[in-house]
Design a binder for this molecule. Structure first.
Ligand SMILES: NC(=O)C1=CN([C@@H]2O[C@H](COP(=O)(O)OP(=O)(O)OC[C@H]3O[C@@H](n4cnc5c(N)ncnc54)[C@H](OP(=O)(O)O)[C@@H]3O)[C@@H](O)[C@H]2O)C=CC1
Length: 312
């Protein structure tokens, strides 16, 4: 299969590989990091990903408790560091380490790395009482990390417009990325976030992009959205998952996916070997918007925005 490496360009001019093929949360997420729950399956999927062509984009986080698996896979794969792009996240709403600076030091140690490529605040749910610092101070820690070189890029996750506005007021370094839940059935995790990030040159990353496949309704066969996906899958001879991931990228959003199946990891790494036309992209956007919202994460905090999630 021919291979095409694609990047998005961040607001600091750095390049980021345009699909993250192995997220280490969701199906790999653990409540504890113990020897007995070490996932050999995750190690083998990451190692498999590291045999693929191009730069391999791995999505990790403190809260996933999967650093031991990532670390072992990196060591055993022996791939060049500049052929790997690692995102990591500081756990905010559940405090696991003192602050982002100390948290990253611990994760670098566990991962056996000198730096990560991207470090994110996992959510905006930070306050003095719970964390010992405010959201603005959290961002100052992130800037300290950027200046130290221990993270080549910094950003946020699950941030709404208002959270970004707070950060931008005090920032000397703008967040490069906002990683949010995004799929055809959730085109605005919080009101107006898609447009806001585009206008402010903050790259959106989509986690749970395959929500419509993870939660496929029983009447999908007669649903216009699934009919279009099926038509395009046949036209391009690609899986339905790839049609949706490619749509995400055509919307200017970087898809973050994962799988327990090597063939799906390989497919995702080859996402840019085909393209959708502008008309097809628009058709999927519209059919997606007509669907009722599907929100899989941060429902307690964000379900109140469901009525605005499908307005562009
Ligand atoms: N910042 C945040 O708050 C969050 C970040 N994330 C990050 O994003 C990553 C990806 O999130 P995730 O929701 O898993 O991403 P996706 O929406 O891409 O879903 C991946 C899952 O979909 C399954 N899948 C793939 N193809 C199909 C298909 N055709 N039909 C049905 N199921 C299919 C896969 O199963 P299989 O293994 O069988 O292939 C896999 O478990 C996480 O691992 C994590 O790193 C996720 C949630 C929150």
């Amino acid at each position: 299969m021919p291979f095409k490496q694609e990047y998005f360009t961040l607001n600091n001019g750095h390049k980021i590989p345009a699909v993250a093929v192995i997220g280490t949360g969701t199906r790999w997420f653990k409540k504890e990091e113990t020897e007995s729950n070490f996932s050999h399956e995750l190690v083998s999927q990451i190692k498999y990903a590291l045999t693929l062509p191009g730069v391999i984009h791995i999505d990790a986080a403190e809260i996933y408790r999967t650093y031991p698996e990532v670390s072992q896979a990196l060591k055993e794969a022996g791939r060049r560091r500049d052929e790997i792009f690692i995102t990591d996240k500081y756990s905010t709403s559940l405090k696991l380490s003192e602050n982002p600076v100390k948290g990253l030091d611990i994760s670098l140690e566990k991962l056996g790395l000198d730096y990560v490529d991207l470090y994110l605040l996992h959510s905006p749910f930070v306050n003095e009482e719970q964390n010992g610092f405010t959201l603005e101070q959290a961002w100052k820690y992130m800037e300290e990390i950027y200046n130290s070189g221990k993270a080549k890029n910094i950003g946020v996750s699950n941030f709404a417009k208002e959270d970004l506005e707070r950060i931008l007021k005090i920032a000397t370094i703008k967040p490069q990325v906002n990683q949010i839940e995004y799929s055809p059935f959730l085109q605005n995790q919080t009101p107006g976030i898609y447009k806001y990030c585009q206008e402010h040159d903050i790259l959106l990353e989509a986690y749970a992009p395959l929500g419509p496949l993870q939660k496929r309704p029983t009447d999908a066969r007669s649903d216009p959205f699934y009919k279009i996906v099926d038509k395009l899958a046949h036209k391009y001879d690609k899986s339905e998952a790839l049609i949706i991931l490619r749509w995400v990228s055509k919307r200017g959003v970087l898809p973050v996916t994962t799988s327990s199946k090597p063939s799906r990891i390989q497919d995702a790494q080859h996402l840019y070997d085909f393209d959708l036309t502008g008309v097809e992209t628009e058709e999927l956007t519209k059919a997606g918007l007509e669907h009722e919202p599907l929100r899989l994460y941060w429902t307690e905090q964000y379900s109140k925005f469901d009525s605005e999630a499908q307005k562009l």
